[in-house]
Design a binder for this molecule. Structure first.
Ligand code: AHR
Length: 492
């Protein structure tokens, strides 16, 4: 069989929200400390304590939104410990992540400054599990109230006169697990209560995000939608790819071909999750007012040997480029309901886009995929039909290809394609129907070994190159996608 893609270039299907390309940064391992934050006195070049090299690299990705402070950490975090003079800030134990002492040097002001430097919108996750309604309510007042009030005045005392604009606010995280081990019925009630006091001050309008389901817990979605959908703007969903099952995730490098295949299969499962959770959401919200916010996703492996098991530090290979490319194509294709996603996590934790070692920094294959896909942000999704060969995995088949396409305001079309097969290339014809197109260029990321990755000694081993083997004739693109590759084409 041959692979075929039909793209109706004049059939726009709605905007791909740029927030689909969002990120997540938790107080976990070396994401915040060492990753983003080194402090003003560090020898590592920084601006007000934030690494310059990290900001420069992330600005290339046009990160639209950054979620903070957790994760599980969010439901243990007391924001007042992270404001005021740093030397006076209260310490705490980060019980979820390695039991290390958190000095709270990176707090609300530092996070808002980071978002400013990145040009990203803040997405703040409040504490339901161990916090109070008052604490959450006061955080919102501290952040966004411009008048004369105890919290606004406290903010001024801490050096910030103007209220910030904060749109995205999460009311708890994983409240079925680390966020309080609640039943959905109980959390739905707490959500209703807590969100009541998450106020809109002045012209700041908060987009309230309820803590959603773990993977395929459809009952959670059903209860939350039934009991609280009229009080939320978004409902989250978390799903991680664990190639070896939850307790045996498998190594990030040095894995075998079977682990490659299972990783691809589990990545594709995201599509089923979105469709099934969406069906439940549609029942209560047929107008699709409520956004699906997939605020944690990625491939989660065993930690690198010799590193703190609680720090979740893992390498990132060409396999992760495919994990990212396929996920992002799925999100684009479901951009009617999926309005934001946040890869876990930006630096040094799980599926990172950046790894650091003291003053050194490397860009992972996942970083390069985000960069190659960035033209999809806020572009119009195009109608796309894909016929793909299959990869046989014993008694199951999975498609060899994944694709999505969009058109930017200036008319440029971006098509992103992934070949999930670890060995076989794929011949493809893309039939572009609609307007006449005359120009194509492309970039590719691929590698010879299934676990090819960048190291601090060889930081550019896996990176995108120009992709010349593509021909445009009578509005048909013909190309051969090498095994284990991600390609981005620009057509006009
Ligand atoms: O991203 C790591 C952890 O995974 C988060 O803290 C938690 O929400 C999830 O279980």
């Amino acid at each position: 069989m041959s692979n075929k893609v039909i793209i109706n270039t004049d059939a726009a299907k709605g905007k791909i929200n740029k927030n689909i390309y969002g990120h997540f940064a938790e107080h976990l391992g070396r994401c915040i400390y060492e990753g983003f934050w080194v402090g003003e006195d560090s020898d590592i070049p920084n601006t007000n304590g934030i690494r310059n090299d990290v900001v420069e690299a992330l600005r290339q990705l046009h990160i639209p939104v950054l979620r903070w402070p957790g994760g599980c950490f969010a439901d243990e975090y007391h924001w007042k410990d992270g404001i005021g003079p740093r030397e006076n800030r209260k310490k705490m134990v980060n019980t979820h992540w390695g039991g290390v002492t958190e000095n709270n040097h990176f707090g609300t002001h530092e996070f808002m400054m980071l978002c400013d430097m990145l040009g990203a919108e803040p997405y703040i996750n409040g504490n339901v599990g161990s916090g109070t309604v008052q604490e959450m309510s006061e955080w919102v007042e501290y952040l966004t109230f411009d008048g004369d009030s105890p919290m606004a005045n406290l903010r001024r005392e801490n050096g910030r006169d103007d209220a910030w604009q904060v749109k995205y606010f999460g009311v708890g995280n994983e409240n079925w697990g680390c966020g309080g081990n609640m039943r959905p019925e109980y959390y739905a009630d707490l959500y209703r209560q807590f969100q009541t006091y998450v106020r809109n001050y002045g012209d700041n309008r908060i987009f309230r995000i309820a803590g959603g389901a773990n993977v395929d817990d459809y009952y959670w979605t059903e209860v939350l939608m039934r009991e609280a959908s009229h009080m939320m703007d978004g409902l989250s969903l978390h799903y991680y790819v664990h190639p070896g099952g939850f307790w045996g995730k498998g190594p990030a490098t040095g894995f075998d071909e079977a682990a490659w295949d299972i990783t691809m299969q589990k990545t594709l499962f995201m599509e089923e999750l979105i469709e099934k959770h969406s069906t439940i959401m549609d029942k209560y919200d047929p107008e699709q007012r409520i956004a699906m916010i997939i605020d944690e996703w990625g491939a989660w492996y065993d930690v690198e040997p010799g590193t703190n098991p609680g720090f979740l530090y893992q390498q990132n290979t060409i396999r992760d480029a495919l994990v990212a490319g396929v996920h992002l194509n799925i999100f684009n294709q479901h951009s009617d309901r999926v309005q934001m996603t946040n890869i876990a996590q930006t630096i040094n934790v799980i599926q990172s886009v950046i790894l650091t070692d003291k003053e050194k920094l490397l860009l992972t294959p996942t970083y390069h995929v985000f960069e190659m896909y960035k033209a999809h942000q806020d572009a119009e999704r195009l109608d796309l039909h894909l016929e793909s060969d299959s990869i046989s995995l014993g008694d199951q088949n999975i498609p060899q290809l994944s694709a999505s396409a969009s058109k930017a305001e200036d008319g440029t079309i971006t098509i992103t394609l992934c070949n999930l097969d670890k060995r076989e290339p794929a011949d493809i014809v893309l039939d572009l129907r609609g307007e006449m197109l005359s120009d194509v260029s492309g970039r590719i990321i691929t590698a010879d070994e299934i676990d090819a990755h960048n190291t601090f000694d060889q930081p550019d081993k896996v990176k995108p190159k120009m992709f010349e083997q593509v021909e445009l004739k009578e509005n048909k693109l013909s190309l051969v996608l090498p095994a284990k590759s991600v390609v981005a084409l620009t057509v006009s």
